[in-house]
Write a protein that binds this ligand. Structure first.
Ligand code: AMP
Ligand code: ZN
Length: 505
């Protein structure tokens, strides 16, 4: 079954095959940890999770990497040149003023002046939300979720390579800029030309820019700045990296290739962020391709406007789950379903009605699962992807992740099902490896009731993880988590602490 994805690089559907058969290397731009991620961000993240889970069920190993931006993302980054204030520093200031707003519990961040503490707090909050929503990669922290601040030396190396290859230069102000004119294909992802960019920037070209940059679209790679709170020694003076360089560096480092298969993000990242990533990565590697497929999720909207942190019109995952938005608690599986159920290339409008419908759908899936469990005692038939229902479900997803088409196969089948129960359960479990909405967490949680299984005391391991986390012993927490995962458990955070649930499939 051929898989087709829409590739922003060429603005058309293209057949997808990984460069190395059976192994997909995928990079997703992750959160900037200066606030709680909102459900719009999670729409983009869950879109990446859907691609991953789908490709896994199709028989691939997916190596998925997602960064944590904890430095260098400036408030004016949409202008491509790295102007404005650092978002982490700005957040530290805001948090100090904002302390009484109640959003961040009093004392949760010991010193809100310290951007590292701010970043740590919101990183943990992100991971907690992501695990609740079933994002697989969140269970692979920190191995597959690197922090920008942990890879400054590698960024400096890439900047040096770019200078050596005449793709970058040190401006009169001492900052290092990427020269967009040195990379003739700059603009090809977003459909911009250098002339348009020059004109577009006409009104706002700062005098300083004219002095320091060769072209107004040249963007920052390193900024010497003694006054910045987060700063590192470098050949260009103490300072900090531009935002774009981190993704080029961490993609290459953690995926181990100059050319990767898929790169994802929200549509706002196409320009300048992804355009700049391509220029950096290809400039440094000399290869003809950085990411073979660029896939972008459209925005989640509220009242016709993009949900965004800077506009302040956003709902966090915790707002939605705790009932602050709708007046009643929402199960994480319901929010996951809601954020997944509309096609990634259409805007999605977040509504209470939508959430209600999703709750109904998730309930149906769970009831069906329970019926089958009762009939089969949990025994499943052996099937493969050629099973007719599964084949149809996967064929829909193979068509650029046509989720509506896939759900349109699933629900009528459940309704009219007359497959043997053990076969139906096998189909449902395979589908649930992609959707991950049934069985719902509270039912699964009973499984970790403390019994020892196969020599492992699951409950004791969970409490061990909680203790290791509380004392910030991440190594220990990871080790215990790995033990559980190897025994076939999915490990997630819950308000009551770590919960381990036996993976069904
Ligand atoms: P940020 O934390 O702002 O760097 O964004 C993290 C990810 O969320 C990026 O891939 C953005 O493109 C994406 N994103 C931001 N706002 C929205 C939205 N309203 N809907 C969907 N994705 C979004
Ligand atoms: Zn990125």
């Amino acid at each position: 079954m051929a898989i087709q994805f829409y590739n922003t690089l060429n603005n058309r559907l293209e057949e997808f095959q990984p460069l190395e058969p059976g192994t997909v290397r995928m990079y997703s731009c992750g959160p900037t940890v200066y606030d709680f991620a909102h459900i719009g961000n999670f729409r983009s993240f869950l879109f990446a999770d859907l691609i991953r889970r789908f490709l896994e069920v199709m028989g691939n190993e997916v190596i998925h990497v997602m960064n944590i931006t904890d430095v260098g993302h400036m408030t004016d980054d949409h202008l491509a040149d790295g102007g404005g204030e650092d978002k982490m520093e700005a957040a530290a200031k805001r948090l100090k003023e904002d302390k009484k707003s109640g959003k961040v519990p009093e004392g949760a961040i010991e010193n809100p002046d310290d951007p590292y503490q701010v970043a740590e707090y919101f990183t943990q909050a992100f991971l907690e939300d992501a695990r609740k929503l079933g994002m697989k990669i969140a269970f692979e922290y920190p191995e597959r979720i690197p922090h920008a601040t942990k890879h400054i030396p590698e960024m400096q190396q890439m900047i040096e390579q770019l200078i050596a290859k005449d793709h970058a230069y040190v401006g009169p102000d001492g900052a290092v800029y990427y020269s967009v004119e040195s990379f003739p294909e700059y603009g090809s992802l977003s459909g911009n030309t250098l002339d348009q960019l020059r004109e577009g920037s006409g009104g706002r070209v700062q005098e300083a820019d004219q002095v320091n940059k060769r072209h107004p679209a040249d963007f920052l790679l390193w900024k010497p700045d003694q006054s910045h709170v987060m700063k590192w020694d470098s050949p260009w003076g103490k300072g900090y990296p531009g935002w774009h360089i981190e993704c080029s560096v961490m993609a290459r480092l953690l995926l181990g290739r100059d050319t990767i298969d898929i790169h994802t993000g929200g549509e706002d990242l196409i320009f300048p962020h992804h355009e700049c990533e391509i220029a950096q990565s290809r400039g440094a590697s000399g290869e003809g391709s950085f990411a073979r497929f660029w896939m972008h999720a459209r925005f989640l909207m509220v009242e016709g406007e993009k949900m965004s942190k800077s506009k302040g019109n956003f709902y966090t995952v915790r707002d939605v789950l705790s009932g602050k938005v709708t007046g009643r608690d929402v199960h994480p599986a319901v929010l996951r379903y809601e954020l997944l159920k509309s096609h990634y290339r259409s805007n999605m409008n977040f509504t209470e009605k939508g959430l209600k419908d999703s709750a109904g759908a998730v309930r149906k899936l769970n009831e069906f699962n329970q019926q089958l469990q009762a009939k089969t005692g949990g025994k499943v038939a052996e099937i493969d992807n050629s099973h007719p229902v599964l084949a149809e479900f996967l064929a829909a997803l193979s068509d650029d992740l046509n989720i509506a088409g896939a759900l349109g196969v699933l629900f009528p089948w459940m309704h009219n099902n007359n497959d043997a129960p053990e076969e139906a359960l096998a189909v449902l479990q395979t589908i649930n490896r992609i959707l991950d909405v049934a069985p719902m967490e509270h039912e699964q949680a009973e499984e970790s009731g403390g019994a020892a299984e196969g020599g492992l005391d699951i409950e004791a391991l969970c409490r061990g993880i909680d203790e290791a986390r509380a004392s910030k012993d991440w190594g220990k927490a990871d080790e215990l988590r790995n033990q559980l995962q190897e025994a076939g458990y999915e490990v997630r955070n819950s308000p009551e602490g770590t919960v381990a649930t036996k993976q069904l499939a």
